[in-house]
Design a binder for this molecule. Structure first.
Ligand code: 4AD
Ligand code: MG
Length: 467
């Protein structure tokens, strides 16, 4: 029977130790070390970071030939007996009775060598990079963070809602959307005025890939109270930074009968929960990142779990930044958006912990955020964390019909495009709030990986959509 290496290494408490039993493991060869009288083979099957050591003795059938064909990357099935290992790096090993090669691997051309490869190089072989320790560990942590997300919201009674990917409305109003069309670009239908005639397109109107599931999320929160979405979102921003992707995953809870304070509480609790979950369930992977990728990571993550986040208004943050006497690239003044360098200064240096900035000027935030009594700021909240900057953006929503109409006008948005969104404010409107967490930024934060392109299996960014 095949056993995954993870099972073999950590048998459930109610099972007897596998020592002495016969098992089969299947996986990919990481290293082959020929000793004088036998061979060590290290196998990895991705179920866990560490390999399983196999001892192959010359009395194996076809020993010489099989050992010659073994090299890094070869897939194998190995049957043998589990024994206590005399080596100091592992407690168990497998003494092989049969080594079967499933898929050979040409060592001359296989791009993954034993040495360390740069992240840039690994991105060019995204079909093979999950076989490296680092990208494998990222994938397991990403999986754990997804699971923890569902656990957190399900335990709190939030319903998971699937919002559409194709949309005709621009939630963030920033106009950075990818168009979805089946029109032939070489033979575009035209209106009398010479414009592209989208009434001939598949949906009979212009459509795009969504930048956020929030607006539809609000619809379901206005009926089911607490909901969350967890899906892909798309932004055609031409930003070649280590924190932006053109396709990324977002988690967006939306709560009815909630204000901005409830929103901040939920965001803080959620972040802490997911980080704690990974600390408890992904020990080996976190140790790996702590040792080889981002020294001090474990301590930083424990600090996140155990320290209350700071909360400060945008106006207060601007005063801090003005007094900071730092050579910022972008000048700070009330009314302009905080840049990543400002966000990082606040979270990393000034507060040295996550900080939630609230009440931003309405001009720099989206139309749907609730106007504060000062009529200058909105009930927005951004969660900033060390090393990343903004990881969550959210707000209390404008639940008053007349105010929302006014905000649409100010943002040059057409009422008729948002008729259903306005209806929610006409029929049984309630105070409600929500936020969006960029999932890859969370993966980056928890692993300490420098570039967001390594936090997602197949990154999409300007000029790159391979694999
Ligand atoms: O701040 P944003 O634009 O907020 C929204 O989309 C709201 N509709 C959310 C809501 O209230 N339901 O995006 C939310 C988060 C950001 O804080 C950031 O973590 C991430 O999404 N994000 C990106 N992540 C990777 N690549 C990009 N291009 C991103 N743009 C935003
Ligand atoms: Mg934002």
């Amino acid at each position: 029977m095949r056993m995954k290496i993870k099972q073999l290494k950590n048998p459930p408490a109610d099972r007897p130790s596998p020592v002495g039993s016969d098992v089969t493991i299947k996986g990919w060869v990481r290293t082959v070390r020929n000793q004088k009288t036998f061979t060590f083979i290290e196998i990895n099957d991705g179920s866990t970071l560490s390999n399983f050591q196999v001892v192959a003795n010359p009395d194996l059938p076809n020993y010489e030939r099989t050992m010659q064909e073994l090299s890094t990357g070869v897939s194998v099935a190995i049957q043998g007996t589990v024994v206590e290992s005399p080596g100091k790096n592992q407690s168990l090993e497998l003494v092989a009775k049969e080594v079967k090669i499933i898929g050979p691997c040409d060592p001359e051309t296989y791009p993954l060598q034993k040495k360390r490869h740069s992240y840039e190089f690994l991105r060019t072989i995204a079909h093979l990079r999950p076989r490296t320790n680092t990208l494998g560990a990222v994938a397991r942590i990403r999986n754990a963070l997804s699971f923890a997300t569902h656990l957190f919201f399900q335990k709190k009674g939030f319903l998971y809602i699937h919002t559409p990917i194709i949309t005709s409305s621009d939630c963030e109003g920033a106009g950075k959307m990818f168009r979805v069309s089946t029109l032939d670009p070489d033979a575009l239908p035209r209106t009398k005025e010479g414009k592209v005639d989208y009434s001939k397109d598949f949906f009979e109107k212009p459509t795009y890939l969504t930048v956020s599931g929030q607006l539809e999320g609000e619809i379901y929160a206005s009926a089911l109270s607490d909901i969350y979405t967890f899906g892909p979102t798309f932004r055609a921003e031409n930003s070649n930074t280590s924190r932006h992707l053109a396709e990324f995953w977002m988690i967006e809870p939306e709560m009815a009968f909630a204000d901005i304070n409830d929103d901040m509480d939920c965001a803080e609790e959620y972040l802490k929960y997911t980080v704690k979950y990974v600390l408890e369930h992904c020990e080996e992977d976190i140790d790996f990142f702590n040792q080889y990728v981002s020294p001090g990571l474990r301590e930083r993550l424990e600090h996140i779990v155990n320290t209350p986040f700071e909360r400060a208004s945008y106006s207060y943050a601007v005063r801090i930044l003005e007094k900071a006497n730092k050579p910022f690239e972008y000048p700070v003044k009330w009314g302009s958006d905080l840049q990543s360098e400002h966000e990082r200064f606040l979270a990393e240096e000034y507060f040295s912990k996550p900080v939630i900035i609230t009440d931003y000027p309405k001009e720099i935030k989206s139309f749907y955020m609730r106007l504060n009594d000062d009529e200058k700021t909105v009930a927005a909240m951004d969660v900033l964390v060390p090393r990343i900057g903004e990881i969550i953006g959210g707000s209390q929503r404008e639940d008053r019909l007349d105010y929302l109409k006014q905000r649409l006008i100010e943002n040059n948005l057409k009422e008729e495009d948002y008729w259903w969104y306005l209806d929610l404010r006409k029929y049984g409107s309630v105070p409600h709030a929500g936020f969006g967490l960029g999932f890859e930024r969370l993966v980056q934060f928890v692993t300490g990986i420098e570039n967001i392109r390594d936090a997602i299996p197949f990154p999409r960014f300007p000029g790159k959509a391979e694999f």
